[in-house]
Design a protein around this ligand. Structure first.
Ligand code: HEM
Length: 271
């Protein structure tokens, strides 16, 4: 049996709805013969504008629904699926509503914000599809806090093991225990740390290992520390992008709501 996912949810129910809406809007636009140039002010323009505005309100309502449904995974999946397909259909509805009349005014601002919000939705979808699963896989069913506490335990062990090694190596290990997950916000964004003290300690200990057998324990300790750091780096790198795109998508959608209200009010004021 094929499992429901975001795209094929209930046998592509929302894809079908979105395609139907897109086709109906496109045919209506093609066969409509307004006395003036097609724009938001013809009967079809008003119809498409109303559908578009209702779609925007419904897409925004998802933020509220998401929190209410947090314990019902199946239903949430349906909402996300509908959000994606109907969000994309909105691009066609909104464009036809404008009748391709774009200028420097509040009406076009609402349109531009609609398209930008949809664009950020598509952008975020690329993270949203991959990262949540990868984030739980990379931590091996552990929480980031558990891995941080493993590192703390390893550092305490390293402190004891350092008493049996020469000063130079002890200093290298001590530097390594000070190495955090990232060195800067930039390194979190890139998911890489250019100069990692733990990686350096592992390399140095590995080259010394052949000469001194007693280093094997501290070497193992540093390898484990590096592995844990890499897990956390990958995890927080993905979390950074997931949080960043929502921090763009959501405020943009609120900006769109404000522009939409101004657009509708100005239409009725200058009726
Ligand atoms: C004008 C159109 C759109 C508006 C107003 C809108 C608005 C929103 C809002 C308010 C949220 C809730 C975020 C939260 O509270 O955490 C959201 C989430 C989301 N949106 Fe949109 N969106 C639009 C279009 C799109 C499109 C076209 C896509 C994808 C193609 C998309 C993909 C997503 C995804 C993947 C989420 C996150 C779902 C989750 O966290 O479970 N959005 N959007």
């Amino acid at each position: 049996m094929i499992q429901d996912n975001l795209f094929n949810y209930k046998r592509f129910a929302f894809l079908k709805c979105a395609l139907l809406l897109t086709l109906l809007a496109s045919f209506a636009y093609l066969f409509d013969q307004p006395r003036i140039n097609a724009n938001g002010g013809t009967w079809l323009g008003y119809t498409l504008g109303t559908i578009g505005a209702l779609l925007i309100l419904w897409l925004m309502w998802f933020g509220v629904r998401k929190r209410q449904y947090s314990n019902e995974a199946g239903n949430l999946r349906g909402w996300v699926s509908a959000h994606i397909y109907l969000g994309l259909a909105l691009a066609v509805v909104a464009t036809l509503h404008t009748g391709f009349q774009i200028g420097w005014n509040i009406h076009s601002l609402a349109y531009v914000l609609t398209m930008t919000t949809i664009g950020t939705g598509v952008w975020g979808l690329t993270f949203y599809l991959r990262y949540p699963t990868e984030m739980s896989n990379v931590l091996n069913r552990q929480s980031p806090e558990q891995i941080v506490s493993q590192i703390e335990t390893l550092d305490r062990e390293a402190g004891k093991l350092c008493k049996n090694i020469n000063d130079r190596l002890a200093r290298t290990v001590s530097e390594s225990t000070k190495q955090g997950i990232f060195n800067s916000r930039r390194s979190q964004r890139l998911g890489k740390v250019k100069v990692c003290a733990t990686e350096k300690a592992v390399d140095i200990l590995q080259s010394e290992l052949t000469r001194t057998d007693s280093l094997s324990e501290i070497y193992r300790n540093q390898v484990q520390r590096l592995r844990a750091l890499k897990q956390l780096r990958r995890y927080y790198h993905m979390r950074y992008w997931l949080e960043l795109w929502l921090a763009v998508h959501v405020p943009l959608s609120f900006g769109l709501l404000a522009a939409l209200i101004a657009h509708v009010l100005s239409v009725f004021i200058y009726w």
